[in-house]
Structure formats: C-alpha cells, structure tokens
Design a protein around this ligand. Structure first.
Ligand SMILES: Nc1ncnc2c1ncn2[C@@H]1O[C@H](COP(=O)(O)OP(=O)(O)OP(=O)(O)O)[C@@H](O)[C@H]1O
Ligand SMILES: [Mg+2]
Length: 251
C-alpha cells in the first residue's frame, strides 16, 4: 500500500497574546490509501488542529505534509484552496448545510467548484444520495425540512461529491442519536470498503472500532497506535482490544 499522506515533524503553535501555545510538537504520521484511520485523545489534545493542518484548512507552523507526492504546506493560498477542494472532503459534527439552498444544490455547489460537468456531478450526487438511503423526495427539500440524521447524510454526500483522496471527519456522529450514529458509521464503512480513505476524529469507542487503526494523540504527538484490522460486524474482539489500548493511554 502506498502512503497517500506523509506528515513529518508537524508543529502548530497559537499565540494567545504574548504566550505561545505549542499544540502540535513534531507530529509524524502516515496515512495509507484505503486506510480508515481514527484519531483519539483527550479534549484539547489537538485532534481538530491536526486534522485542519493536514487537510489544508489551516497552515502548520512548521513541518512537511506530502499528499500523493506533493508538498502542500508551502502552496500559495489560492493553490492550497484548489488542492483542498479537489482532494479533501470534510464532515463535521454540525452539518453546515446552507439553509437557503435545496439539498441537491448544497451538493452541486461543492461539485461544481471542481468539475464543470453539471450532468456528471448531478448523476453522482443522486447515486450517492441513494447509497446513503435518501430518495428523490429529498432533492428539492431545504435542509431545515430534514431530520438531523438525514441532514448529516446529505453533508456526507457533499463531502464525497468530488471523490476526494481523503475524507476528513471531525466527530461526525457527535450530534446524532444512537440509530443515526449507526447509519453514519455504516455509510463510512461502506465507502471505505469501496476504497475511500478516511481520517476520523472521535471520542466514541463505538465509532472508533470502525477504523482499521486508532492513533492516540497526546502532548502534541502520536503517542501510540492500535492496529485493529479491517472492521467486520462479527469481530467483537476489537472492542476489547481498543478498550485495553485506551486504558493504557490513560484515556
Ligand atoms: N484558533 C485557535 N487559536 C488559539 N488557540 C487555539 C485555536 N484552535 C485551537 N486552539 C487551542 O489548541 C488546543 C487544541 O485544540 P483542538 O481544538 O485541536 O483540540 P481537540 O483535541 O480537537 O479537542 P476536542 O476533543 O475538545 O474537540 C486547545 O488548547 C485550544 O484552545
Ligand atoms: Mg476537536
């Protein structure tokens, strides 16, 4: 397997007045193509900061981020934006859908930033909506007319519409009830089985066991990694392995 993302000695500091807070301290990690990598760590450990830095949403203070052979940390703002749109998909705890646009337009707007082939993007949007369990009845609805779980599924389709090399998710089930959490995790698992590389931050063990590896972030570095292998619903042992790992990490 080839690394799609190679992060080396990543540092991120924030200045709060005269005080510098060093959040990421020479963090190094690789993401292989097809991986479903989960990032865990205590609140404030820098998980979101790391996700935003490696996905081109924010800039690291120092360090190297090589995506598919290309160094992205030194791209100009314009080039970084183009890179991000094309190669990175995002899902957050909130769906951040635009309430003044229909469901289908929310997705198309993202797709048309990368491709001018409206027909192709619309067809893909409809295919993915079907895949996440949403029928044609939802196309012209406004996000406010959807349930929380439906809206998050639309947000996932928006995140995947440009077939990004990596889907970055920051606590994507954090605002959902138990049934909707399962739906979203099943969608992630299905896309990952079809080859989608995913990097997901979560606090939730039930979500984390969907990954094939869990990286634990502590004191600004990846403290340790737990290998879980590919997820299958029958494999109940992974829950036990992860709990033991997290206990060792003092989680
Ligand atoms: N834009 C910013 N300006 C200043 N400090 C920041 C900024 N973003 C994050 N921080 C600080 O960096 C640290 C790490 O924040 P981050 O949001 O990455 O944590 P996290 O691990 O995602 O936490 P949580 O699990 O609560 O989401 C925190 O102390 C936070 O206050
Ligand atoms: Mg966070």
């Amino acid at each position: 397997m080839a690394a799609i993302l190679k992060v080396t000695d990543l540092c991120k500091a924030f200045s709060n007045g005269s005080v510098q807070q060093h959040v990421l301290k020479n963090l190094t990690m690789n993401i292989e193509k097809g991986d479903f990598t989960v990032i865990m760590g205590s609140s404030g450990s820098g998980k979101s900061t790391m996700l935003y830095s490696v996905s081109g949403m924010d800039r690291p203070t120092l360090g190297s981020i090589i995506y598919d052979g290309q160094e992205i940390s030194k791209l100009s703002n314009d080039k970084l934006a183009i890179f991000r749109r094309k190669n990175c998909g995002f899902v957050f705890q909130q769906n951040y859908l635009n309430n003044t646009m229909s469901v289908i337009d929310n997705i198309l707007v993202n797709g048309l930033l990368v491709s001018k082939d409206r027909k192709k993007i619309a067809a893909r949007a409809k295919e993915y909506l079907k895949k996440v369990g949403l029928t044609a009845e939802c196309y012209d609805k406004f996000p406010s007319q959807l349930s929380g779980g439906e809206a998050q599924r639309v947000a996932i389709v928006r995140g995947l519409i440009n077939q990004p090399g990596i889907l970055f998710a920051d606590e994507p089930t954090g605002a959902l009830n138990s049934q909707n959490t399962t739906n979203v995790l099943d969608i992630f698992t299905e896309f990952n089985q079809d080859g989608q590389t995913i990097v997901m931050v979560t606090h939730d063990i039930r979500s984390a066991v969907r990954g094939n590896r869990v990286l634990y972030l502590k004191d600004g570095v990846i403290e340790a990694e737990c290998e879980l292998g590919r997820y299958t619903p029958e494999d109940t042992n992974r829950d036990h392995i992860l709990r033991e790992f997290l206990e060792k990490m003092g989680w």
